[in-house]
Design a protein around this ligand. Structure first.
Ligand SMILES: Nc1ncnc2c1ncn2[C@@H]1O[C@H](COP(=O)(O)OP(=O)(O)OP(=O)(O)O)[C@@H](O)[C@H]1O
Length: 253
């Protein structure tokens, strides 16, 4: 253990950021971010709205240049976002196989779609899919090259609660099977604690804390770090929020 928030203890980094800085005009959005995601790890990144989570993910994905600092990946990353970003004029299989070399493409696409439970929708148009199915196709597209690194920005944020739960379970299974270093940006502390091994907290452009997700009271700890405090208990009454491993309603963070 290095004792530094964000630094994995496992040997061999899948993702590594050292001193990453991003400025927009005179605003510093990332202020020296250090983090490591080890091979085979699933790490969640939480933070208040505007703390820089999506910016960091874009920098890690190589979609944006940092003003300073360094990003090292074990190889090309698979990426998925809150919006599925499928091309509506291409069928599902063509979306998944976009940019793959012709040799082996059919088999790779078939395997990726089977892995997300959509082998029978290869010929469908994206507009004919449900939101959850489209997001699973986006996951298949992210995984089709068997990347060593998976970067996910709120991939389940737009889904209804039940579909979200199924999709979360699917991610855990896919992660266990592929073992890619996975960084999951999420607004949802309950999702972070349920899916990840470690939860990193981003605040004002820095990783300020790390919580072991299997630790006692991990959910409450993450909420606390986000500045969300439980309301006074309602005697004899049910709390108005639920669904997470805490007593605390999920609020807007
Ligand atoms: N292209 C841009 N130009 C200028 N400012 C930007 C740009 N992209 C993001 N920002 C600003 O940078 C800050 C961080 O944005 P970012 O989207 O990374 O936050 P976030 O933590 O992902 O927020 P949310 O949880 O609301 O999605 C915000 O204040 C945002 O307004």
């Amino acid at each position: 253990m290095t004792g530094t928030p964000g630094q994995a203890t496992v040997a061999g980094a899948g993702v590594r950021a050292d001193g990453v800085r991003v400025r927009y005009g005179d605003r510093t959005v990332l202020d020296g971010v250090d983090l490591t995601v080890g091979r085979g790890e699933l790490v969640a990144l939480v933070g208040r709205s505007g703390s820089g989570k999506s910016t960091l993910l874009r920098v890690l994905a190589g979609l944006e240049e940092p003003a300073a600092g360094r990003v090292t990946l074990a190889g090309a990353a698979g990426v998925a976002f809150q919006e599925h970003r499928l091309l509506p004029w291409r069928r599902v299989a063509a979306n998944v196989g976009l940019g793959l070399p012709r040799a082996g493409r059919t088999g790779a696409v078939r395997d990726a779609l089977a892995a997300v439970g959509l082998a029978d929708r290869a010929d469908a148009w994206p507009t004919h899919l449900s939101g959850g199915q489209a997001q699973r196709v986006a996951l298949a597209r992210a995984l089709v090259r068997r990347p060593p690194v998976l970067l996910l920005d709120e991939p389940f944020g737009a889904l209804d609660a039940l579909t979200r739960r199924h999709s979360q379970d699917l991610l855990v299974r896919l992660h266990a099977r592929h073992g890619c270093a996975t960084l999951l940006v999420t607004h949802d502390p309950a999702e972070a604690v349920r899916l990840a091994g470690r939860v990193l907290v981003l605040d004002a452009g820095r990783v300020v804390a790390e919580v072991a997700a299997d630790g006692r009271d991990a959910h409450a700890r993450v909420l606390d770090l986000l500045g969300v405090h439980p309301p006074a208990a309602i005697p004899g009454g049910a709390a108005h929020g639920s669904g997470g491993p805490g007593r605390v309603p999920a609020g807007p963070y």
